[in-house]
Design a protein. Structure first.
Length: 217
């Protein structure tokens, strides 16, 4: 009997991803209040996984937030509609950087030599989190944040700052990242509490396949 109670208690602390197969792999879902990296090449299913995660939270009456630096709100709603999903219960913050902001000479940093100085983009994200008070957050994507940071050190500091910020607000966060090169971002994997990779396989014979790998949990 004690074991049964313990199992029930653990289950109550797990956040379902909204995807039955993934929940089975993760023994019920994701541990709440943690930061997870979802990486994969464009088109591998990161956005759809993230949407299902937030929609599941909305179904449970949880406040949820989608922060997008890569796709417009209209594009996200079109993707959801193509799957027959409704994002009505999902708060969406669209923060797509302008071409000027992505210029190599116009580098953004969250850290000043003497004190922490948040960028306008990051300030907006943090303000939205404090306003919505979400239990689930999707950040899409790290590729744009990496460009805004300008160099690996600033980028790592930004990720660490976000992790620290979210840790005090009881948020379960998915960080989406495009694997556009052969060099995988191991530094984010080391910072995140868990990491999941989505892959597209093109066998010599047969149809295209997709594979999900839990790299860290």
């Amino acid at each position: 009997m004690p074991a049964s109670k313990g199992g029930s208690a653990r289950k109550s602390r797990i956040s379902s991803t909204g995807i039955a197969g993934l929940d089975n792999i993760l023994a019920g879902g994701l541990t709440p209040n943690r930061l997870y990296l979802i990486e994969g090449v464009p088109g591998s299913g990161k956005t759809t996984l993230a949407m299902q995660f937030l929609i599941q939270g909305a179904r449970l009456g949880e406040p949820v937030l989608y922060v997008t630096l890569s796709e417009t709100e209209e594009e996200l709603r079109e993707v959801a509609a193509s799957h027959g999903w409704d994002l009505g219960g999902v708060s969406i913050r669209e923060l797509i950087p302008s071409e000027e902001n992505l210029h190599p000479d116009d580098q953004y940093t969250m850290f000043h030599p003497s004190e922490v100085e948040l960028t306008e983009t990051t300030k907006t994200i943090l303000a939205d989190v404090d306003r919505v008070r979400p239990l689930r957050v999707v950040f899409d994507s790290l590729s744009e944040l990496r460009l805004l940071a300008g160099n690996p050190l600033r980028y790592r500091r930004q990720i660490l700052a976000l992790k620290q910020f979210f840790s005090g607000r009881k948020c379960t966060v998915l960080l989406l990242d495009d694997m556009t090169t052969s060099n995988h971002d191991l530094q984010v994997q080391s910072i995140a509490h868990g990491a999941i990779r989505l892959e597209q396989l093109y066998p010599e014979y047969g149809s295209e396949r997709r594979r999900l790998m839990v790299l860290k949990y």
